[in-house]
Design a protein around this ligand. Structure first.
Ligand code: NAD
Ligand code: UDX
Length: 463
């Protein structure tokens, strides 16, 4: 089939390449000419495992190319996937759907009769219905459907070629048939296919993200209780995760969620539910958001306490800038939020990341960056492990201990082998694990960490 993909960011570039990989002829469109140029040279505009190889193959096959012209795209095919961004509005928790609207408006005058415009962007429920009404005025023979995207950055190619489910929201049997055709290779592989109305499809997406974000905030709330009670959240997470009704995924306690999806999607969902008069039903999402951002503040508080109550004249080495490993995406990165807060309080901060340094530099130019781990930690009073890249789990703690001023580590992602670091002479601390290094809970609740990490300064060997 011939199809277009409008917007070639983290979702669209992968979708376009994967659609070409399964045999379709694809024209990708972006308003960013540099991105289009890169993609036409088969270069991935972002760090996404497997994407470069896929682009090389599909661009060379002649089945994939890119343009900046929406009019050309509208005339190229009868099927269009919209993958443009829907960020949070600057002054409101709601989603900014102006790019979706602009893409549809931009194509409308040139759409072929009978075209199917399929939204993949994450949108407030009701967007498809609103766009369908608009198309009835400007392109009466075109139709809207919604097909939300569930890929994760870092495994986007695999998630697209081997999805766990496909959800399409359609208003006609013809639209369903077209989408079944497009995804035929996946359907032959037995992928569950949910065909529903557009509003349900839109809601499936935000409901899934809200559930996952809630699971993460739940375990981080337990970390706060563990701090107060002298318990260990990592053992708690493993033990409750063994219950097959709960499961292990998305129970990793730590610095919390960031990125371009969870934070803005739960806020936009709450805002949209409020508009619909169902705000109370999802009021808990405000708490999910608050628990999540509190983990960032608590991490900064823990770090400050560990360096003696003030960051002035302190060197802090930071491991990780991306919002998650295997991605160069720094949008709403918890790691950079913490690093910059520590810098703003007077510390000299050097940040390492295997892939996200350029994006991090553009977003937080006042931080210092290096692509060499020992350089980030050279002379450090404290090392913060903020993004759980696999290569940080492979660090030799004995070697790193030689370059720091004090072997003091906050494992804010709970993915390092604490025992190995301790055996190499490091003092390791983490939220929700007040017993690390044998520190004791402060029985009276009057210590300097009171309400923060639940241990007394005097009994803490890291101090
Ligand atoms: P992105 O910001 O990486 O990419 C969006 C692209 O759209 C940019 O390259 C931009 O230049 C382009 N664009 C904007 N307006 C355009 C227009 N009128 N015509 C053509 N191109 C235009 O965004 P993303 O991360 O790929 O997310 C896209 C959508 O998918 C969002 O709604 C997001 O919530 C959703 N989503 C994202 C992910 C993810 O992991 N990033 C996963 C699932 C769903
Ligand atoms: C998410 C959804 O998983 C995906 O289905 C949707 O399409 C887009 O949003 P993504 O943002 O790429 O994907 O990454 P994900 O792996 O979900 O992680 C999101 C954030 O949560 C990261 O900052 C990650 O570090 C954090 N996280 C994840 C935790 O803190 N604990 C966990 O147990 C899991």
């Amino acid at each position: 089939m011939k199809l277009t993909v409008i917007g070639t960011g983290y979702v669209g570039a992968v979708h376009a390449a994967c659609m070409a990989e399964i045999g379709h002829t694809v024209l990708g469109v972006d308003i960013n000419p540099d991105r289009v140029d890169l993609l036409n040279r088969a270069k991935a505009p972002m760090h996404e495992p497997g994407l470069d190889e896929l682009l090389t193959r599909t661009v060379a096959s002649g089945r994939l190319r890119f343009t900046t012209s929406l009019a050309q795209a509208a005339r190229f095919a009868g099927l269009h996937f919209i993958c443009v961004g829907t960020p949070q509005q600057p002054d409101s928790p709601a989603a900014d759907v102006r790019y979706v609207d602009a893409a549809v408006e931009g194509m409308a005058p040139d759409l072929r009769p009978g075209s199917l415009v399929v939204g993949k962007s994450t949108v407030p429920v009701g967007t498809a219905a609103r766009l369908a009404a608009r198309l009835r005025q400007v392109a009466p023979q075109a139709e809207i459907a919604w097909n939300p995207e569930f890929l994760r950055e870092g495994s986007a190619v695999r998630d697209t070629l081997w999805p766990e489910r496909l959800v399409v929201g359609v208003s006609s049997a013809r639209a369903e048939a077209v989408l079944r055709d497009v995804y035929a290779p996946m359907l032959r592989g037995g992928v569950p296919f949910f065909c529903t109305d557009p509003s349900t499809a839109e809601l499936v997406k935000v409901a899934a993200n809200s559930f996952l974000a809630t699971k993460i905030s739940f375990i981080n709330a337990m970390a706060e209780v563990c701090d107060a009670a002298g318990a260990d959240v990592t053992t708690l997470a493993q033990a409750i995760g063994e219950d097959s009704r709960i499961g292990h995924p998305f129970l990793q306690p730590g610095l919390g969620f960031g990125g371009s999806c969870f934070p803005k999607d739960i806020r936009a969902f709450a805002a949209r539910a409020e508009e619909l008069g169902a705000g109370k039903a999802v009021a808990f999402l405000h708490e999910v958001d608050e628990i999540n951002t509190r983990q960032r503040r608590r991490t900064v508080d823990l770090a400050r306490a560990l360096v003696g109550g003030s960051f002035a004249d302190r060197n802090v080495g930071v491991l990780g800038a991306a919002f998650k490993p295997d991605s160069d995406d720094v949008r709403d990165s918890p790691a950079l939020a913490v690093a910059d807060a520590v810098r703003a309080e007077g510390a000299e901060v050097r940040v390492h990341d295997p892939a996200a340094l350029d994006n991090a530099q553009a977003a937080f130019p006042e931080l210092k960056y290096t692509s060499v781990v020992p350089e980030a930690c050279d002379g450090a009073d404290l090392v913060l492990h903020l993004t759980p890249w696999r290569e940080y789990a492979e660090i030799d703690p004995a070697l790193l201990a030689r370059v720091v001023r004090r072997p003091l580590l906050v494992d804010a992602r709970n993915t390092l082998d604490v025992q190995a670091w301790q055996q190499a002479g490091w003092c390791v601390r983490a939220l929700g694990r007040p017993g690390l290094n044998g520190a004791h809970r402060h029985a009276t609740g009057t210590g300097p960490y009171d309400g923060l990490i639940g241990v007394s300064l005097e009994s803490d060997p890291c101090m």
